[in-house]
Ligand binder design. Structure first.
Ligand SMILES: [Zn+2]
Ligand SMILES: [Zn+2]
Length: 253
């Protein structure tokens, strides 16, 4: 099983989890065209997608789901509260048979991949992250979190591949042009993780068995890829964990 980010950040999010038999998109906050182009790079066509799982109803995660449902007849999975919130957006006509609803964080299966949603602290109706298990390895998508909780680590601990959030540098956010309430929202307990938080998370994840960490959901205003990478690498190094010896670390944008 592989986990690849197609697009990550405030402009839109979509990741692909796939085995030989099953292809799952996690969120689709980009256009149908952008999905196609990103998937072509890894040699998979959007027609092959078996389902889209949605983490929460913010625009950067759902913008493209209406198009994907109509154009490629793909089922979209979200919990009932998130679906109710998604319906408040104008995504065009949604085909009922492709609306797949689960309750809370109840596990479900798509093809040969077992999916476990878990609660994340974020300012949406009922936001979740997901872990994926094909019986050989586990992967997780854990972005849009205001803080690191025990519940999150219980869910994603032991995953080999993890997409974890490194949204902002605390100093850049502090000095940047965002209005004060927005700054408060981002650094609050239901906002987004900083690079320092990502370093802490990565350290714990590596100790629990992670081998491949992708840093994602970077703010375009308050972060940049080299800074996120170096902050996490330095933090790890201070805890005796070395990039390329103990894990593969990358930044996805
Ligand atoms: Zn969000
Ligand atoms: Zn987001």
């Amino acid at each position: 099983m592989k986990l690849k980010s197609l697009k990550s950040g405030s402009k839109g999010n979509a990741s692909l989890v796939y085995t030989n038999n099953t292809k799952i998109l996690v969120d689709c906050g980009i256009s149908g065209k952008a999905v196609r182009e990103a998937m072509e790079q890894i040699g998979i066509s959007p027609e092959d997608i078996d389902g889209i799982v949605v983490t929460h109803e913010h625009n950067d995660h759902i913008r493209g789901i209406g198009v994907m449902m109509r154009r490629y007849d793909i089922p979209v999975y979200a919990n009932s509260i998130t679906w109710a919130a998604i319906m408040q957006n104008d995504l065009g006509k949604l085909n009922d048979k492709n609306i797949k609803i689960f309750e809370g964080t109840e596990p479900f299966v798509i093809g040969d991949i077992n999916i476990n949603p878990f609660k994340i602290p974020h300012d949406a109706a009922f936001p979740v992250g997901y872990t994926f298990d094909d019986g050989k390895s586990r992967a997780a998508v854990a972005t849009d979190m205001g803080m690191l909780t025990e519940e999150v680590f219980r869910a994603i601990g032991g995953c080999r591949d993890v997409l974890v959030e490194a949204n902002h540098d605390i100093n850049l956010l502090e000095m940047g042009s965002y209005p004060y309430p927005l700054k408060q929202r981002i650094r609050g307990s239901y906002g987004h993780l900083s690079n320092d938080d990502a370093a802490k998370a990565t350290e714990l994840l590596v100790r629990m068995g992670a081998e491949n960490i992708m840093l994602g959901h970077l703010s375009e205003e308050n972060n940049y890829p080299d800074l996120a990478y170096e902050t996490v690498k330095t933090g790890l190094s201070q805890s005796g964990i070395e990039v390329n010896r103990d894990l593969v670390l990358s930044v996805v944008v």
